[in-house]
Write a protein that binds this ligand. Structure first.
Ligand code: GRF
Length: 194
């Protein structure tokens, strides 16, 4: 499989995937890192791991559709089979969803359907739930609503702060995402139960 990772920020999940690739857990080719943020740290990480990267911003285009067509054309030109969102902070539209139907996955830092949206960790912490976690799901046209592939629970202890919870969630993400990618792509992208 030829995989592209789309990311907007720090890229710790991208790095976890690359470490898993180095260790032979992920066997697919991570062919491209795309970021919609030209200053994103994840671009440095792509350089570090020798993954070709491309960055352009929505603001470079007159519409979101044109931006997304450019992104889709880029992925198709690189013969990408499978798309991994790792902190990609844009909602995907019909151009990407039609071309890569059932071949785009996302990681979200809560146990969906609880706490969707941008602040999944903080929202769970503020609500006061005792268990939150990480969800990996297929991407559809909603916000964090696609079919769930895998989840990992993370307990919130009385002594946890938002910061310690963030650390625990990210550690769980870094274990789960590479495992799911390895398993999903080996199973030829069938909707498996994990
Ligand atoms: C992760 O918490 C992920 O669940 C969310 O965005 C964050 C990305 O972090 N979608 P990083 O850029 O991989 O460090």
């Amino acid at each position: 499989m030829r995989i592209a990772v789309l990311a907007s920020g720090t890229g710790s999940n991208f790095e976890a995937i690359m470490i898993a690739k180095r260790e032979g857990v992920v066997t697919d080719d991570i062919c491209l890192l795309f970021s919609d943020q030209k200053q994103a740290l994840v671009l440095e990480k792509a350089k570090k791991y020798g993954v070709p990267s491309v960055s352009f911003s929505l603001h470079d285009f007159s519409s979101k559709e044109l931006y997304e067509k450019k992104l889709r054309d880029l992925l198709v030109s690189k013969k990408i089979d499978f798309v991994v969102l790792a902190g990609y902070m844009k909602i995907l539209g019909s151009v990407m969803l039609e071309t890569y139907a059932n071949r785009i996955i996302n990681i979200h830092p809560s146990l969906l359907p609880s706490f969707p949206g941008r602040h999944g960790i903080k929202d769970a912490f503020t609500y006061g739930v005792k268990v939150t976690g990480v969800t990996i799901h297929y991407v559809d046209d909603g916000v964090d609503t696609g079919p769930i592939i895998a989840q990992k629970a993370v307990e919130i202890k009385t002594y946890d702060t938002l910061e310690t919870l963030e650390t625990k969630i990210h550690s769980a993400e870094h274990v789960l995402y590479p495992q799911v990618i390895a398993k999903l792509t080996k199973n030829e992208n069938k909707k498996e139960n994990f």
